[in-house]
Design a protein around this ligand. Structure first.
Ligand SMILES: Nc1ncnc2c1ncn2[C@@H]1O[C@H](COP(=O)(O)OP(=O)(O)O)[C@@H](O)[C@H]1O
Ligand SMILES: [Mg+2]
Length: 262
């Protein structure tokens, strides 16, 4: 199973959209995909029609066993989505109570890695939608992954958020056997705005090695897809956004993943 995390400590940059768009494209290619919603806001969970405020069981349950995960628990927590090939490990608002705990002290840093180990034979691909805060959940997302996708909104304040994410990654890499490869993805790009153009230029000059050379454009069809609860490619397979995500997926699949998890 390939495990990717989608993370950035800034909200509204396209993390959830990117997670679902990639999952949808993989699912259409016949891959069995599990998506994990580790954001206490539960946007991905809501996207697929489940209410994070009322769900009785969620990823939160995985964290209730002193760092070990009872056999079969991850499987029991899976929910359906709009696509037969995509299963969801949902978020719930209870996850917020874990957010600020220190993973070192609580011993909870590898809960998601252990949970995914239980799903290894059932899925080809896992995509983790990460929370915007550095805490137990972010540490779990990065520790469980072989590759990190960092969506960065092409606007002026975005570059600062990216630097914060990269220093978080450096910190987490110190406790990994192999550092986590990452790809920076410019999102919400609007070629008519000065902010988009100059942010892209800055990213290209400051992060040439890790930047995906294309971008995800602003595309209202992506918003419409989320309103319909469908993956972007189910909603409109030929929209500009989906075409861009298809190119991104191709790029990500050519990257060398970290061979060892945590
Ligand atoms: N490329 C895009 N074009 C237009 N709207 C987008 C695009 N990417 C994301 N959005 C919209 O922007 C909002 C924030 O995106 P989201 O993926 O939820 O960000 P995050 O998960 O980082 O908070 C959502 O309403 C989403 O539908
Ligand atoms: Mg989100």
């Amino acid at each position: 199973m390939k495990v990717w995390a989608v993370a950035n400590q800034k909200g509204g940059v396209g993390k959830t959209t990117t997670s679902i768009a990639l999952a949808g494209l993989l699912a259409e290619a016949g891959k069995r995909v599990v998506v994990i919603d580790l954001d206490p806001h539960g946007s991905m969970t809501s996207y697929f029609g489940h209410d994070p405020d009322t769900l009785e069981h969620s990823c939160f349950d995985l964290f209730q066993h002193q760092g070990s995960v009872p056999q079969g628990l991850a499987q029991q927590l899976l929910h359906g989505t709009s696509h037969d090939n995509i299963s969801l490990l949902p978020s719930s608002t209870a996850l917020a109570t874990l957010e600020r705990q220190s993973p070192g002290q609580s011993g909870l840093g590898l809960v998601i890695a252990k949970s995914l180990a239980q799903l290894w034979g059932s899925f080809d691909h896992a995509i983790i939608d990460s929370p915007p805060l550095l805490g137990v959940l972010m540490v779990n997302a990065l520790a469980a992954s072989q590759q990190l996708v960092i969506p960065v909104q092409t606007e002026f304040l975005a570059v600062k958020g990216l630097e914060r994410m990269i220093s978080t990654l450096a910190m987490i890499n110190r406790s990994r056997k192999q550092s986590l490869p990452y790809v920076i993805v410019p999102t919400l790009f609007d070629r008519r705005t000065q902010a988009s153009m100059s942010t892209l230029k800055i990213l290209r000059s400051t992060h040439p090695d890790h930047l995906w050379q294309a971008y995800i454009p602003i595309d209202t069809r992506l918003r419409d897809a989320s309103r319909a609860g469908l993956t972007p490619s189910q909603f409109d397979a030929n929209s500009r956004g989906v075409i861009a995500y298809r190119a991104l997926l191709k790029h990500l699949l050519t990257q060398q993943p970290a061979s060892q998890v945590a």
